[in-house]
Design a protein around this ligand. Structure first.
Ligand SMILES: [Zn+2]
Length: 72
């Protein structure tokens, strides 16, 4: 089955799942943060409000993220 990047609809790359690239992952994260959590002018508080659970949607990928640091 082929998953698509929710940002640009390109095929998902396993390394950056569920996105196609780090750029899209960052873009989604930034959009999510700015849209939901960041109140303009108080970015000092934003970090404290990010739920850790947000990054654990897919448990398997936690280890992948670490592996991604070294080239294939
Ligand atoms: Zn994308």
């Amino acid at each position: 089955m082929t998953a698509k990047c929710p940002i640009c609809s390109a095929p998902v790359v396993r390394e950056f799942k569920p996105f196609c690239s780090k750029r899209c992952a960052d873009r989604d994260l930034n959009r999510w943060l700015s849209g939901v959590y960041v109140v303009p002018g108080v970015d000092g508080e934003a970090a404290d409000q990010i739920p850790e659970d947000a990054f654990e949607d897919e448990g398997d990928d936690a280890s992948d993220a670490h592996a991604a640091r070294k080239p294939n």
